[in-house]
Design a protein around this ligand. Structure first.
Ligand SMILES: Cc1cc2nc3c(=O)[nH]c(=O)nc-3n(C[C@H](O)[C@H](O)[C@H](O)COP(=O)(O)OP(=O)(O)OC[C@H]3O[C@@H](n4cnc5c(N)ncnc54)[C@H](O)[C@@H]3O)c2cc1C
Length: 424
């Protein structure tokens, strides 16, 4: 493997970490992304619930890379790969030649084939998703304020499908937005009729956590007015309802699908072997079998985990895999053998709302205020850029002290483009 030109697809957690880890190697690095910014996905739910501005959790990729002499950026959507000539096929400009390819194009929402999800449910994967959801949910309060009959039709019912961290965090934040902020914004509206319904197919929330943390999350959410429906599968989503088993219908004009993840569509266009969830099969060293010059990392990689199964789709996995791949590229160029990837689990956290979170770090478990502070500090530290950190810290402090949300913006044009019928 000559290893002169390393092309990285995706400027997410994995792609950026890979570029940075190649800083001191004698290679040319090119990062390619369809957006010119990196998105800090763990805080998307705060944009959706008006706690943060979209700008706070996005960062320009060129600004990140400009201090790295051997790295450049190209904004383009990768459509596929011509393996014979070792070129990326892109939607604009010339194809991109590579000697080594690192694919880190992330994941998208998996509807599991449930009818109506793609058409009517909101996703929470991109900055655009979160801005759209924010506009939509705020617009439902305006709608109900104009015509109270809309409440019976589900305007103020918010169904969140999927009891993982995203579903739990979104439900908790939404409940706070409604109780502390919208109740004051809409004095003539019976805001108490708002329903936040968290729907989960298994018998517990937060599948990756211990039973104690799972129970704590559920109890806290219920105490904050969230209805938790366990062992309930959604059968269909329509523009204004969720169909549940046994012929039950939940009128809801907002359905957020936080239930499934599958590899980004690019994975299917590569002509490589895929695992369940569309992830690309890789060997233990993260190389594609039979293609020693191609690595896949992060949410798109079907990397084997010890004891069977695949590595979890989490930011620390993507970042550690990126660093591992940089070391393997160096090893191969020196003629040394590659090593298998080993994941060092730094622990997991999920916030449930104000002063409430669960955190599990090895055998240590934290709940409540302490876990919440740990969650805040960790996310602040992980954000890219001083301005973003300062801005998020200021917003959080403001929200905490005033019980307010500064970013209560409805972008009508955005909304009408995507869901013309949702406003009526
Ligand atoms: C709402 C939400 C909350 C989350 N919360 C947490 C959390 O609390 N903790 C945690 O550890 N993990 C969390 N995750 C998961 C974490 O964000 C992912 O595991 C991580 O982002 C994976 O990194 P990645 O580099 O593989 O992909 P990403 O960070 O998703 O980056 C993929 C990049 O590829 C680009 N791309 C995709 N397709 C193309 C293409 N065809 N051409 C060009 N560019 C392309 C995208 O624009 C994107 O920039 C959360 C995810 C979501 C959606």
């Amino acid at each position: 493997m000559p290893g002169d030109r390393v092309v990285i697809v995706g400027a997410g957690f994995g792609g950026l970490a890979a570029a940075r880890a190649l800083k001191d190697q004698d290679v040319d690095v090119l990062v390619v992304d369809r957006n010119n910014f990196h998105t800090f996905q763990p805080l998307l739910y705060q944009v959706a619930t008006a706690g943060l501005d979209p700008d706070d959790i996005a960062y320009n990729v060129r600004a990140i890379l400009r201090r790295q002499a051997n790295a450049g950026f190209r904004m383009a959507t990768v459509l596929g790969v011509d393996w014979r000539s070792q070129r990326l096929l892109v939607d604009r400009g010339d194809p991109i030649d590579f000697d080594v390819l690192v694919i880190a194009a992330g994941a998208t929402t998996d509807s599991f084939g449930v009818p109506g999800v793609d058409e009517h449910a909101f996703a929470l994967k991109t900055l655009a998703d979160s801005a759209l959801l924010r506009s939509h949910l705020l617009s439902q309060f305006e709608r109900a304020d104009t015509d109270a009959r809309a409440i019976d039709a589900g305007a103020l019912t918010f169904a969140i499908v999927g009891g993982g961290p995203t579903g739990v965090e979104l439900s908790g934040a939404l409940s706070e937005l409604v109780r502390h902020v919208l109740a004051r914004d809409f004095p003539r509206l019976d805001v108490d009729r708002t329903r936040i319904v968290l729907i989960e197919a298994t018998d517990h929330l937060l599948g990756a956590f211990s039973p104690q943390s799972q129970r704590h999350a559920r109890k806290t959410l219920v105490s904050r007015g969230v209805e938790v429906l366990l062992e309930t599968t959604v059968e269909q989503v329509t523009p204004d309802a969720v169909q549940l088993p046994g012929g039950r219908t939940l009128p809801a004009c907002t359905v957020v699908w936080a239930a499934g993840v599958r590899a980004a569509p690019l994975a299917g266009a590569l002509g490589l072997e895929q695992t369940r969830g569309g992830r690309v099969v890789v060997d233990a060293d993260l190389r594609v079998p039979g293609r020693p010059e191609v690595f896949v990392i992060g949410d798109m990689a079907g990397a084997p985990a010890p004891g069977g199964g695949l590595q979890p789709q989490l930011a620390p996995v993507a970042i550690q895999q990126a660093r591992h791949v940089a070391a393997q590229i160096d090893a191969v160029r020196r003629g040394s053998p590659t090593a298998p990837f080993e994941y060092h689990d730094p622990g997991t956290m999920a916030t449930i709302g104000r002063n409430a979170a669960v955190a599990e770090l090895g055998r240590f478990r934290f709940r409540g205020f302490l876990a919440w502070v740990m969650w805040l500090v960790l996310h602040l530290v992980q954000l890219i850029g001083f301005r973003n950190r300062a801005s998020v810290l200021l917003d959080w402090a403001w929200n905490y002290v005033t019980y307010d949300r500064s970013a209560r913006i409805i972008e009508m044009e955005l909304l009408e483009r995507r869901f013309p019928s949702a406003l009526r």
